[in-house]
Design a binder for this molecule. Sequence first.
Ligand SMILES: Cc1cc2nc3c(=O)[nH]c(=O)nc-3n(C[C@H](O)[C@H](O)[C@H](O)COP(=O)(O)O)c2cc1C
Length: 221
Amino acid sequence: MEQLAAAINLRHSVRKYKQEYLSAEDEAKLTRKIEEINKESGLSIQYVDARDTSISRMQSAVFGRFGGTVNYIVMAGRKSNDLEEKCGYYGEQLVLFAQLIGLNTCWIGMFRRDNDQIRLAREEKAVIVIAVGYGVDAGRPHRSKSYEEVTINGQDAPDWFREGVEAALLAPTARNQQKFRFEYRDGEAIASSLHGAFTAVDLGIAKCHFELASGRNMKPE
Ligand SMILES: Cc1cc2nc3c(=O)[nH]c(=O)nc-3n(C[C@H](O)[C@H](O)[C@H](O)COP(=O)(O)O)c2cc1C
């Protein structure tokens, strides 16, 4: 887990990919990590290789911004109240892992759900997908809210809390909305989010970053 923190500063969303399939080695590393996370989380995360798919089936209007050879990670699991947040928390571990092995990624909320590449058992739901491949470039830093805007009692907080929030501010969020909040209360960090589309996924992602930088456990129950 600790190594993943090194990828936080390097990661940016990338939407244009090289015309290159994943090497056998990179694919093996990624699918092994997916298996590991499925075991730990109980999720049913799937890898969809660009070779065995008619990619256009996954695309929607928004997805037209993407180009090149795109593989996907489908974040799915049994329906539950915390499925979205779990998909964010564990999906971001995959995003950072992918970054560490030289791949680029982009979360995609706007994908086609009526899609025969996504195989779901009964009671399961595909929450979101993550594009993965070799980026044409590394992307660039996003505009960010300030520490003060996303914290409550942040002025009194110790370094670990500050470092956690700074890492959360580097996290990807849908439309860069950054609707999460971290409150410092009784020596602990309490994370919450405002209402809106994909805010529960965003919260899981922000918690993943916060945990990696602060060392405080933020794992969904
Ligand atoms: C839950 C979620 C959904 C997203 N959906 C899309 C999408 O449908 N299309 C897209 O191009 N980018 C999407 N993104 C990427 C965000 O636009 C991007 O993370 C944000 O602008 C911040 O930029 P950065 O990831 O480069 O830091 C999504 C990100 C998240 C976390």
